[in-house]
Design a protein around this ligand. Structure first.
Ligand SMILES: Nc1ncnc2c1ncn2[C@@H]1O[C@H](COP(=O)(O)OP(=O)(O)OP(=O)(O)O)[C@@H](O)[C@H]1O
Length: 371
């Protein structure tokens, strides 16, 4: 199998070229026919992006990578699932965990922006002090109540902490974030708004990095992030940027999937070594991918994928761009929107009129959710 992302420079590395890899699919010839099997290297850490329009197959591709990683000794995938698209991975041995973390896992300076507060303003500064002084959300609330700040400041800070409590992601008895890295895991973020989902992802990305750096994790973690633009735009960004710039040294891999390549920050553009580009129609998106990986100036006209499940893969290691058809999932995919014709009475209806518009998928991630 040809393995993408594998540098086969020195003789020693060539000997190692049979290291772990996951089957991605098959090469795709210009006439659309399937060619030889193609995989992705899981031996070394990578920073990868999966981009494409809505419905082009990004989540499916993340699922394919996750399945392969779960079957590979020495690596541990953690899938952050903001849309509820990865429940089916349970059939592949994944544990689905509720997104609960300890309040103390966030640095105190992250609390004011998490709650939409100005860190230099009264309530923001008070929340910051509370986070620095206490380990739990109830402890922070008591700190605020007992502080000598003006009434208005205390009330505002307390209201914002009550909002954080209502999110349900901060629990004093939550296991340490490393628990998400013990085995192949899906972190179920569906239903959370952007702010708490970002808080959880920041904690998990930090845990991947710290656990490897401090020698507390003997497998190499892979963090797979769907709807990554939500996190690159939010509180999780510093932790993700750290993984992009410094994650590979301790052995942490990051895979970012987004329908908005333009949302990828400069560091993602410069640090990714593998870009899987599904169907993109906007010229600005294609141009962004070309900027992310110039691929030695190869001409791409006529090569951009037009079908769901096909992709151009920009491989830094081989300095090549290849066309791929991504394989079927081994576990049930969660990507398809439900159809009216598949539920309830509609399934038996013989109404042959125009089909109903597809409802949007579950998942939330809208807005900040602030008071
Ligand atoms: N390679 C493939 N083989 C078979 N089915 C696929 C493949 N790629 C995608 N699909 C199917 O196409 C549908 C859309 O795919 P998917 O949900 O992965 O798209 P997406 O780009 O993640 O969409 P969104 O941006 O809305 O999250 C799903 O039903 C999925 O199972």
């Amino acid at each position: 199998m040809h393995v993408l992302g594998r540098r086969e420079g020195t003789a020693r590395e060539r000997v190692r070229s049979d290291g772990p890899a996951g089957r991605l699919g098959t090469f795709r010839a210009r006439d659309g026919s399937a060619g030889a099997p193609v995989g992705v290297d899981f031996d070394r850490p990578h920073a990868a992006c999966v981009v494409g329009k809505r419905g082009s197959g990004k989540s499916h591709t993340l699922g394919v990578l996750a399945e392969g990683l779960a079957a590979t000794p020495g690596v541990t995938p953690l899938v952050c699932d903001p849309m509820g698209a990865f429940d089916g991975l349970q059939a592949g041995g994944f544990h689905v965990r509720e997104p609960q973390v300890r309040a103390s896992a966030l640095p105190p300076r992250a609390w004011p922006p998490l709650l939409g507060l100005d860190p230099a303003g009264g309530p923001g500064a008070l929340v910051w002090r509370a986070a620095a002084d206490r380990e739990t959300l109830p402890g922070m609330t008591r700190f605020v109540a007992g502080s000598d700040a003006p009434d208005r400041t205390r009330r505002a800070a307390a209201n914002h902490l009550a909002l954080a409590d209502a999110w349900g992601v901060f629990a004093p008895d939550a296991p340490p974030a490393e628990a998400f890295l013990e085995r192949a895991t899906v972190c179920a973020l569906a239903g959370l708004s952007a702010a708490p989902a970002n808080a959880v992802v920041r904690v998990l990305a930090t845990a991947c990095y710290r656990a490897r750096l401090d020698g507390r994790l003997d497998t190499l973690p892979w963090l797979l992030l769907d709807e990554a633009h939500v996190f690159l735009d939010g509180l999780a960004r510093p932790a993700l940027e750290r993984l992009l710039t410094r994650g590979r040294a301790p052995g942490v891999s990051l895979v970012l999937a987004t329908q908005r390549p333009t949302a990828l920050p400069a560091v993602a553009r410069s640090q990714t070594d593998l870009v899987v580009a599904h169907r993109l129609t906007a010229a600005v998106d294609r141009e962004t991918v070309r900027e992310v990986r110039p691929a030695g100036g190869e001409a791409l006209d006529g090569r951009w994928p037009t079908e769901r499940g096909t992709a151009l893969v920009f491989d830094d290691a081989a300095e090549r761009v290849v066309s791929v058809r991504v394989r079927e999932r081994r576990t049930p995919g969660g990507g398809a929107s439900p159809r009216a014709s598949e539920v309830g009475d509609a399934a038996t209806s013989d109404d042959t009129g125009p089909s109903a518009p597809e409802p949007t998928r579950t998942g939330h991630l809208g807005g900040h959710g602030g008071p």
